[in-house]
Ligand binder design. Sequence first.
Ligand SMILES: [Ca+2]
Ligand SMILES: [Ca+2]
Ligand SMILES: [Ca+2]
Length: 162
Amino acid sequence: MKKFLVIGVAAALSLPAMAAAQPGERGMRADTNGDGLIQMSEVEAQAQQRFARLDADGNGAITQAEAAEAREKMKAMMAERRASDEGKHRGRRGMRGMRGGEGAMFERADTDGDGQVTFVEYNAPMLERFAKHDTDGDGAISADERAAAREARKAARGTRGQ
Ligand SMILES: [Ca+2]
Ligand SMILES: [Ca+2]
Ligand SMILES: [Ca+2]
């Protein structure tokens, strides 16, 4: 269980483009009121928290410097995790994902290209992901919808990994 919490923190420091590149439970573990459904408001609240962590000076936009700083922090965390046995497997996969996405990650999130990522830009991929999970479009992701997404992901991973 602890392992998953650590992964959650690392994912929290990543930019949305990266999160979108590897859609997963992490971003969707947002059922804060415990009703078994993940509401848009829950997802957004968590995104806001993550955004605030990235936005070091709190001016409502993530600059490239702030993103770089977050990346450094994440790298340190990855290294730490690699040092521990149980983090080995996932940690390596995380690094591989990062190598491909560095720099491009920020640019992809910065959709209007002004060199800063606002919350709207940050949140856009999450909304997209939410819509994708919420297959019946009722504004909440149920356990069934989550399971379906998990299955789809498993299938995708199976073909990719061979
Ligand atoms: Ca800022
Ligand atoms: Ca921007
Ligand atoms: Ca739904």
